[in-house]
Design a binder for this molecule. Sequence first.
Ligand SMILES: Cc1cc2nc3c(=O)[nH]c(=O)nc-3n(C[C@H](O)[C@H](O)[C@H](O)COP(=O)(O)O)c2cc1C
Length: 329
Amino acid sequence: MSYQIGSYRLKSKLLLAPMAGITDRPYRDVCRQYGAGLTSSEMITSDLSLIHTKKSQQRLPQRNEPGPRAAQIVGTEPEIMAEAARFNVAHGAHIIDINMGCPAKKVCNKAAGSALMQDINLVKKILHEVVNAVDVPVTLKIRTGWAKTKRNALTVAKIAEDAGIASLAVHGRTRNQGYTGYAEFETIRQIKKSLSIPILANGDIKTVEDAYFIFDYTNVDGLMLGRISHGRPWIFKEINDILLNNSPITPIPIKEKKTTAISHIDAIHRYYGTDQGVRIARKHIGWYLSNLVGHKADLLKPLTREIFPISDANEQLEKLDETLNSLWT
Ligand SMILES: Cc1cc2nc3c(=O)[nH]c(=O)nc-3n(C[C@H](O)[C@H](O)[C@H](O)COP(=O)(O)O)c2cc1C
C-alpha cells in the first residue's frame, strides 16, 4: 500500500508531481486530504540570494505543514545546490528533491532542470554533493532524456542509485517534447527492472484506467500525478480506491466536491492575501468548473466569463458558491 523514501513510509503510492505556479501550500493540503502520499513544493531556486523574496518564501515547504515535507531544488552548480539543500533542511524540509525534469527555457538556458541530463559528469557531481550535504533522503526527478535519439535515463538512473538517491521519479517524455506528444513507458519499465531503489512513473496519467495500465506495465513502486489533479484533487482517492485498495471507486458526493472547491479557493485567499489570492484562484476556479460542469459543458464559457473579472475575494467566493449551486438545481 505504501511507498518508501528513506525512513519515511508514505501512506499511499500516489504522489503529487511538483508543478511551479500550482503546487503551493493550499494545493498540497487539498491533495493530501484526498490521499496524496507526498506533496512536494514547487521548484525552489538554489540561488540563496533570491530566497528571501516573497515568491521564494511562499514556495518553501511551510513549518506547520504535515510531514514528510519535500522541497524541490533546481540549479546547476553542485556546491550551490548542496548549500540550497542544507538551507531547506534547516528550514523544515524532510526530503530534498532534485529537479532534472523541467524543460522550461529559463531553467535550461542556465543548463539546469532536464538540461543537466546532457552532462553526465555534472549529474554525478550534483547528486554526490547534495546527497552528502544533508542527512535526509534525497530524491531525483528526471525525464527519459534530452531528445528522442538521446534517451539516457537508464544511465542517469544508475548513477542516481550509486550516488545514494532514495527514490527516482521518471517523466516518460524527453526534454524536447516539453509537455506535448505522448509519454513513453518502456524506458520507465527498463529502469524499474534494472534498479533496486523505489521508482515512480510520471506523465500522461489522465484517467484511472491509465493509472492502472501504467502501474501494471512498468511494475513501478508508485505513480506521480500532475495535471490530472487540476480541479480534481479527489483523483488521489479514486485511484487509491481502485488501484491500490482493490475496491470499487466510492463516488465522491457532488456536495463534497463543491465544498472542497470553495474551501480550496478560500485557503488560496488566506495564504496569499486577497489581492494576489484572487488572481491565483482564477485558474483553479477554471479547472474546478470544467471538471464540475462536465454534464453542462455549454455553460462553461459563460460561467467563467462571469467569474473571472471579479477582483474582490469575498465576491469571487460567493459567485463560485452561487454558480456551483446553480448547476445542480
Ligand atoms: C505548469 C507546470 C509546472 C511544472 N513545474 C514543475 C516543477 O516545478 N518541477 C518539476 O520537476 N516538474 C514540473 N512540472 C512537470 C510535472 O511535475 C510532471 O512531470 C508533468 O506535468 C507530467 O506529468 P502529468 O502528465 O501527470 O502532468 C510542471 C508541469 C506543469 C504542467
